[in-house]
Each structure stands twice: as structure tokens, then as C-alpha cells.
Design a protein around this ligand. Structure first.
Ligand SMILES: *Cc1c(COP(=O)(O)O)cnc(C)c1O
Length: 430
């Protein structure tokens, strides 16, 4: 790999990096949206990943099998629908660093977060608190709020939010660990995102998990912005549970199926309270339709409904592209793209006397993935409009943050250079 130190902020150099890129052919495997008559620079793979060109075929195959077999497709489709979720086991293990009986694809993300809290947030009078990051994604905040209320507690008392310090943008690990230690007699659950959606901060999941366990609490993570973005070793880190969505970095289509991880010490324990449905019931006698729920002794035992095959087909198409590329290669390229982006942004700032961009994402590579969040100290909205005019699809967050996330499979070094060039032209000339 090219050393950071040698980076040059020129179009020729960006093109040179693209030529060296072992994954360069993967861009061709995706539909890149058009904007103002040209291919967009798509930097919102952290929000909705692009469509692989193979997705249509995967979905059409299921529609065909449905047309040809009707209900018999449950057994005779090319990928029989009955055990459809099982086609993801190996790929979800590679994605999250899990054992096969620790993962399953099911439902959608917020639904799964609730199901997991039903099992792993069972507060007592003594031990009832949830420790989480301040400014978590709203859906997670609502899930936590409604869960604590459901158990008769109130948010202010039961939910301990760890904030960034005054004048800082991201949360110090030491402050998270201190909050856990301080609440060691009352904390039931430590629930963080893997990567914060706003700042792009990657949390120290092993350290948080260790501290949670030491305090007698469970550790769970919402990996919506981490899955497919950063390497994960959930089993090795001893995480209790996690869930993620498949439509951000995982390119599986709007509202795509979610995934969950439940550590084997829990997933094999059929006595853990849960909300049950027939798909979580013992496969041998599911169709005897008898009374008495007998959970499958694995993460599959948390399933409720039969598989949403059409959205799962899109998920399969997307994961097969990652398999073809190899996760190692994906993360290596993502890192190189990201390093180039920081280099380019630093040069834009250096070219302006007033340092117009404050990067609120942690600079340390251990503390971020693909996303970089730019706090614009001036002209924020105007720059965002200019980017749009020049076919850059980025994300605007009030009051003045631009979030971008160049990803390995379909973004290029040229995309990054072009983005920097637009910023530089706009910021330096005024
Ligand atoms: C994207 C995202 C969600 C979205 O939840 P859905 O149930 O998929 O709509 C929830 N939580 C986090 C942290 C997210 O980043």
C-alpha cells in the first residue's frame, strides 16, 4: 500500500491511486446514480448503500420461483424459503466475528433492538439503569425511553447518557468507563452504537464490554454504522448482543433485513425470556402446530416470522459482492481512501487563513471508519448547495455539519480528490 506521506493532492495522483487499486473493478458492479447529467460522487453509503447490478437477478429469481412453485417454493425454490435465513450464517459470521449459532438475519433494526432489550434489559429495583452515549440515533433513544417506561422507570433517572466534554465533539473512552464504574450498583445494560451516526466516532467496544461485565451489566451494541464499515470481532470481544441494518454500508436496499448477534452463552440458553414467534420454535416440530414454545438453542430462537425472502434476496446479492472482494481488501481500501480524504481536507484548510473546516470525527484511525463529519465554520449551507450542483451526494445535518463516507467498493480516489477540489475552489476564492 502507498504510504500516507507520499500522498499528492492532484487529479493525476488520484488517478494513479485508482490504477493501483486491487478493487477498482468493483465500481462497475454497482449502479452509480446520475445527477445533472453525470455520474454522481456518491458519499452517502453510510445512509443508503448503492445497488449491486446483480440484485435484480437475485430478486427476480425469487419472483420466478414464486410464480413457478407457489407455496411449494418453501421447499423447491432454488434457495428454499423455509430455511432461507440459513444462507446468511457464514457471511454474517465473517461480517461480525461471530460463531454460527450466534447470528441470524431477521426483521428490521429497531424491531430487533426491542427484541434484544426484552431479553437483556430486565431491570430490578436495584439494577435498572441503561448507560448509553448522549445524542444516540433517535430511534435508539426512543427504543430506550419506551423500554424504561414500559418497566415503570423514567428516562431521566434510568438512562445515563455519557456526553462529550465541554468544547469537545466526541466522547472520551475514559469517561464512558468511569460512568459505568460509577453506576456499578445500579446499571443493568450498557448500550452503545459501534460507530456514532453523527460524528463517525468508533467506540472502543472491547473496553466498554469489559467494563460493563465488571459492573455486573450486559453490553449491547447497535452496529448500524459499524457493520460493513469497520472490522468486528464480537465473539472475541465477549459482547452480549448486537444488531445492525443491512442498507447502509451493506448495500442491501432500503429497509433491508436486519441482523442480530447473541453471544453463545445466551443464545444456547433456552430459558432466557423473550418474545416468541413460530420461526424461533424448534424446527423439528414447528409444523405440528402444538402448544408450548420450544426455542431453537441458537440466535435463530429469537426469530418471530418467516423470512422476508424478497428483501433477503437483495441482502444475499450484496453480501456475495463483499465475499468476492474479501473483507480484508475492503477494509484496506477503505482505510486508504479515508487517509487520502483526511490529507485532502487538511490541504483545503491549510490553503485558507481561517481554517473553515473543523473535522469533528476523531483523527485517530482506531476511532473512526469511513465517515468523516465536517463542521463548517462558514458558508456551510452554501458549500453544500455547491456540492450538489457539482453532482456530489453528501449528507447535511443541522446546524452546519456535512457528513461524507467514501466506501471501498464503489468510491474512487478521484471522487475524493474532486470533492476536495470543489471545497478548495469555493473556500479559497472568497
Ligand atoms: C440507521 C439507524 C437506525 C434505523 O433504524 P431502522 O429500524 O432500520 O429504521 C437505527 N439506529 C441507528 C443507530 C441507525 O444508525
Amino acid at each position: 500500500m502507498i504510504k500516507k506521506i507520499e500522498f499528492k493532492n492532484t487529479l493525476d495522483y488520484a488517478k494513479f491511486l485508482d490504477e493501483q487499486d486491487p478493487l477498482k473493478s468493483f465500481r462497475e458492479k454497482f449502479y452509480i446514480p446520475f445527477m445533472h447529467g453525470r455520474e454522481a460522487i456518491y458519499f452517502t453509503g453510510n445512509s443508503l448503500g448503492l445497488q449491486p447490478k446483480t440484485t435484480q437477478d437475485y430478486v427476480l429469481n425469487e419472483l420466478e420461483d414464486w410464480a413457478n412453485y407457489g407455496v411449494e417454493g418453501h421447499f423447491h425454490a432454488r434457495n428454499p424459503w423455509m430455511p432461507y435465513h440459513e444462507i446468511f450464517t457464514q457471511q454474517l459470521c465473517s461480517l461480525t466475528g461471530a460463531l454460527p449459532h450466534e447470528v441470524v438475519a431477521m426483521n428490521q433494526l429497531t424491531v430487533n433492538l426491542h427484541l434484544l432489550m426484552v431479553s437483556f434489559y430486565r431491570p430490578t429495583k436495584q439494577r435498572y439503569k441503561i448507560i448509553c452515549e448522549a445524542k444516540a440515533f433517535p430511534s435508539d433513544q426512543y427504543a430506550m425511553e419506551s423500554q424504561v417506561k414500559y418497566h415503570g422507570f423514567n428516562y431521566e433517572d434510568a438512562v445515563v447518557e455519557v456526553s462529550a466534554r465541554e468544547g469537545e465533539y466526541t466522547i472520551r473512552t475514559e469517561d464512558i468507563l468511569t460512568a459505568i464504574e460509577k453506576n456499578k450498583d445500579s446499571v443493568a445494560l450498557v448500550l452503545f452504537s459501534g460507530v456514532n451516526y453523527y460524528t463517525g466516532q468508533l467506540f472502543d467496544m472491547p473496553a466498554i464490554t469489559f467494563a460493563a461485565h465488571k459492573a455486573g451489566a450486559y453490553a449491547g451494541f447497535d452496529l448500524a454504522h459499524a457493520a460493513g464499515n469497520v472490522p468486528l470481532s464480537l465473539h472475541e470481544w465477549n459482547v452480549d448482543f448486537a444488531c445492525w441494518c443491512s442498507y447502509k454500508y451493506l448495500n442491501s436496499g432500503p429497509g433491508g433485513v436486519s441482523g442480530v448477534y447473541i453471544n453463545e452463552r445466551h443464545s444456547s440458553d433456552t430459558d432466557i425470556p423473550r418474545f416468541a414467534g413460530w420461526w424461533g420454535h424448534d424446527k423439528e416440530n414447528r409444523f405440528l402446530m402444538e402448544q408450548g414454545f420450544k426455542p431453537i438453542p441458537s440466535a435463530e430462537g429469537w426469530q418471530l416470522s418467516n423470512a422476508p425472502v424478497l428483501s433477503m434476496a437483495a441482502h444475499k446479492a450484496a453480501l456475495d459482492v463483499f465475499d468476492e472482494a474479501g473483507w480484508e481488501n475492503v477494509f484496506t481500501k477503505a482505510k486508504a481512501l479515508n487517509q487520502y480524504l483526511w490529507h485532502v481536507l487538511d490541504e483545503v484548510n491549510a490553503a485558507c487563513t481561517d481554517k473553515p473546516i473543523t473535522i469533528i470525527t476523531p483523527r485517530n484511525e482506531e476511532e473512526h471508519g469511513c465517515q468523516v463529519s465536517l463542521l463548517m465554520n462558514r458558508d456551510g449551507k452554501k458549500i453544500f448547495e455547491e456540492l450538489k450542483k457539482q453532482s456530489v451526494i453528501a449528507d447535511w445535518r443541522e446546524p452546519n455539519v456535512i457528513r461524507i463516507a467514501p466506501v471501498a467498493l464503489y468510491n474512487s480516489f478521484e471522487d475524493v480528490w474532486k470533492f476536495g477540489d470543489i471545497l478548495r475552489m469555493f473556500l479559497v476564492t472568497r
